[in-house]
Design a protein around this ligand. Structure first.
Ligand code: AHG
Ligand code: MN
Ligand code: MN
Length: 336
């Protein structure tokens, strides 16, 4: 029999999650089921995105979210899809979302977990067929099971994440996640409707030659950031900026590089949100051997003060993040 004529299709996400769960004898399977729920919602959102140009679901929704940003119809659709999946699954007692002002009580008090989610990242790229994504963080609740979700459940530091991941709706659709034991990437096979393991044990190069930043904001950056960017130019690094955090992050994860979203006078804490953008990617990048800081401290050590808190972000290859962070920390040292 010539096996080469029909190559195996590989490991499905479901099978991979089940196999991982078997390694933990006391695992209840709830986290596994939650990851499956997110993957299913991701498939549905992927379908909506692929058809957006044909249906009347591109463009603005005509509303602003809590950050005062214009919501796109797909922002709203993705938010509904993910929250519905999380609510129906029963493993989650509370959700915070970029698109919702308040903590959502799923009405499932027995849910062991809370989720922070950016249902659609890169909204400005939706209508022009450029890669967009979804970002999620999963935490174990602090309040007792059986009771209503509380604010403290979603105000934990990023290091308390039990899992985090993103979906990238790009030239192919991928799901990348970690449960704290390495980072694994899965590619969606639309004809089979399944994610297959395509990138096991992802490691980010310790150094890189790509810098990703919105250089249109250059004049407003701190002097030290300007200096760093000038150095990148002098070293003939490549500037790569899609404007979808997930897509920029994903590229740098594989190729090595740094993504920067520094503060400016008009956005003193930058633009990105700690709870459902920075934390998940910080967990992933550290698991892949990279780093993430706000310029002073590790993102995963930051204690959130509000649901939609913003923070500056420097994330990517270890050496690059160390270089800019060390320089920014020097700025804050008292002169001796
Ligand atoms: P969102 O679409 O979820 O609001 O996020 C957009 C974010 C992020 O994806 C991207 O990196 C950044 O905004 C781009 O901001 P600028 O347009 O200011 O560069
Ligand atoms: Mn976003
Ligand atoms: Mn978003």
């Amino acid at each position: 029999m010539n096996e080469d004529l029909a190559l195996p299709v590989g490991t499905t996400l479901d099978r991979f999650i089940s196999k991982k769960q078997e390694q933990f004898p006391y695992a209840t399977g709830e986290l596994s089921q939650l990851l499956r729920d997110i993957a299913l919602a991701g498939k549905i959102v992927n379908r909506e995105i692929n058809r957006a140009g044909l249906l009347n679901i591109s463009g603005a929704y005509g509303n602003q979210n809590v950050q005062g940003e214009e919501q796109q119809k797909l922002d709203v659709i993705a938010n509904i899809r993910f929250i519905r999946a999380l609510r129906n699954g029963g493993e989650v007692c509370g959700v915070i979302s970029e698109e919702e002002e308040h903590l959502i009580d799923t009405g499932k008090p027995n849910g062991r977990y809370v989720v922070a989610i950016d249902p659609l990242d890169g909204s400005s790229n939706i209508d022009v067929n450029v890669s967009i994504g979804t970002i999620f963080s999963i935490y174990r609740r602090i309040s007792p099971r059986g009771s209503e979700v509380e604010a403290r459940d979603v105000m934990q530091t990023g290091q308390k994440q039990v899992a985090a991941g993103y979906l990238l709706y790009g030239s192919s659709t991928m799901l990348v996640y970690t449960t704290g034991y390495g980072v694994h990437g899965f590619t969606y096979e639309p004809s089979l409707g399944e994610f297959f393991l395509s990138h096991p044990d992802i490691c980010i190069p310790s150094d890189g030659k790509i810098y990703s930043v919105n250089e249109g904001n250059f004049d407003g950056f701190p002097e030290t950031v300007k200096h760093y960017i000038r150095q990148c130019r002098q070293r003939a690094y490549s500037a790569r900026y899609i404007g979808s955090l997930v897509a920029d992050f994903h590229r740098n994860l594989f190729k090595g590089g740094i993504y920067l979203y520094p503060p400016t006078p008009s956005a003193p804490k930058g633009k990105l949100r700690l709870q459902y953008e920075c934390n998940a990617l910080a967990f992933i990048v550290e698991q892949a051997g990279g780093k993430a800081t706000d310029g002073q401290q590790r993102i995963l050590d930051m204690l959130p003060e509000s649901l939609h808190q913003r923070c500056p972000l420097y994330i990517g290859s270890e050496k690059m993040v160390n270089e800019i962070t060390t320089a920014l920390q020097q700025d804050c040292r008292p002169a001796s």
